[in-house]
Write a protein that binds this ligand. Structure first.
Ligand code: NAD
Length: 428
């Protein structure tokens, strides 16, 4: 029995789903093959994702593959209540509404887990974390999980390192066909769009400070520049979450050579008109930074959790915190300056109503990886209790399919070229 805001919103939700379905050709192809082969026959899938229209099409696709699906949201603000109502009417067990408090949020995840799923999809790792801490009795029956985002994969790697990970989990986020496009282009467009919808302010001529120049920050910086903003990038020294890959100083140089100004948060705090965090890290904008900011500055977060901007610290510096309008709060500091926080510091691009999430075509690709990775788990024997990369065939196939549905067909390299590329002989 679903728990949603209002079943009466179902008609609007169906319209939203129809529009998403029309624009998700990759999932349509996968649904066709799932319908024939039923890879999830008899299996129950526990889902913890932003519950909006694109997610709805993923859930339909999994059901066509024979799955029973129970779903909660991975964020208290991001459920589209219309879509939740439509999905509940289509046989998904939905436990989600926009504006859940923290207690309700975890109660809803637990309600999903009450269905005793064999497969999980998570975005941010809260469902998998709940299984490992509060619902350990389920561990033996769960065959595997897929994780959607950078922060979730970072948490899983930390669990694995400490020997605490008791499930195989596919790091969907780390597939090339996910983070190169979803994190970069999807987050960029939807973040810019959400800030404009929440504030209706001009971007051109503003100084936009982007904190974190990873896949998300790079995309946001590029799009903001495209709209005429002067973009400043903030990075930090070192590798925070992995021993390989570029360090913060490499990312800072990449930003500099891409034509952005680069500096520390201490310096950037004085300059920004709009601040956007996308680091996956905690308190990257803190009290000492608010103290230096111009009156009127806007603060938004595009990272997974609402702890990138120190909202408590901001409240402590303020004599008043008040809602100005949907998605916008005003903090009046003791010295009279005003700072504006969007969407309570939660994922600005997904927090409703100004956040609509990534563009549909982007999620068609990301959720195609989810669907095929979950199929891979369902068809595999026992996988190791590790963070597992998306099989390369799936990653390559998704990118090829994404081109094919746009009518782009690449040719294969010739035999000669293949041999040449792999040989060590001189090229003259
Ligand atoms: N909004 C969305 O729709 C969306 C989409 C994908 C990912 N995400 C989330 O966005 C966050 C970033 O993801 P990503 O894939 O870009 O990660 P990433 O690891 O590629 O990049 C993060 C960058 O932040 C930098 N950083 C860390 N701490 C910092 C600090 N204190 N100051 C300045 N820079 C700092 C790191 O050096 C790194 O370069 C994660 O939480 C991820 O889960 C959000």
């Amino acid at each position: 029995m679903s728990r949603i805001k209002d079943a009466g919103l179902s008609k609007e939700g169906k319209e939203e789903l129809e529009w998403a379905r029309e624009n998700m050709p990759m999932l349509a192809l996968i649904a066709e093959s799932f319908e024939k082969e039923k890879p999830f026959k008899g299996l129950s899938i526990g889902v913890c994702l932003h519950l909006e229209k694109k997610t709805g099409i993923l859930l339909e696709t999994l059901m066509k593959g024979g799955a029973r699906v129970a779903a909660a949201s991975c964020n208290p603000l991001t459920t589209d209540d219309r879509v939740a109502a439509a999905l509940a009417g289509k046989g998904v067990d939905v436990y989600a509404w926009a504006g859940e408090n923290e207690k309700e949020y975890y109660e809803n995840i637990n309600r999903v887990l009450d269905h005793e799923p064999q497969l999980l999809i998570d975005d941010g790792c809260d469902q998998i974390f709940t299984v490992h801490t509060k619902r350990k009795e389920l561990i033996g029956r769960i065959r595997g999980a897929c994780e959607e985002t950078t922060t979730g994969v970072n948490r899983l790697r930390a669990m694995e390192k400490e020997g605490k990970l008791k499930l195989p989990v596919i790091a969907v986020n780390d597939a090339y066909s996910k983070f190169l496009f979803d994190n970069r282009f999807g987050t960029a467009q939807s973040t810019v769009e959400a800030i404009m919808r929440a504030t209706n302010k001009l971007i051109a001529g503003k100084t936009v400070v982007v904190v974190g120049f990873g896949s998300c920050g790079r995309g946001i910086s590029e799009r903001m520049r495209g709209l005429g903003a002067n973009v400043t990038v903030v990075e930090v020294l070192g590798r925070l979450t992995s021993e390989s890959g570029p360090a913060g100083q490499h990312k800072a140089l990449e930003a500099l050579y891409s034509g952005f100004r680069v500096m520390s948060m201490e310096e950037a705090a004085r300059e920004g008109d709009i601040f956007i965090t996308s680091t996956g890290n905690i308190n990257v904008i803190a009290k000492k930074h608010f103290e230096k900011m111009k009156s009127g500055a806007i603060l938004a977060n595009a990272g997974h959790f609402n702890n990138e901007i120190d909202t408590n610290g901001l409240e402590q510096l303020s004599k008043r915190r008040e809602k100005v309008k949907e998605n916008v709060e005003r903090f009046t500091l003791r010295d009279g300056r005003k700072l504006y926080l969007l969407s309570e510091g939660r994922l600005v691009n997904l927090a409703r109503p100004s956040g609509q999430g990534h563009p549909i075509e982007i999620m068609d690709g990301s959720f195609a990886i989810q669907a095929l990775s979950l199929e891979f788990i369902s068809r595999s024997g026992k996988l190791p209790n590790k963070v597992i990369p998306v099989p390369r065939e799936i990653d390559d196939k998704i990118a090829e399919l994404a081109l094919a549905v746009k009518g782009i067909k690449l040719s294969n390299p010739t035999k000669e070229q293949q041999n040449y590329a792999r040989s060590w002989e001189e090229g003259t």
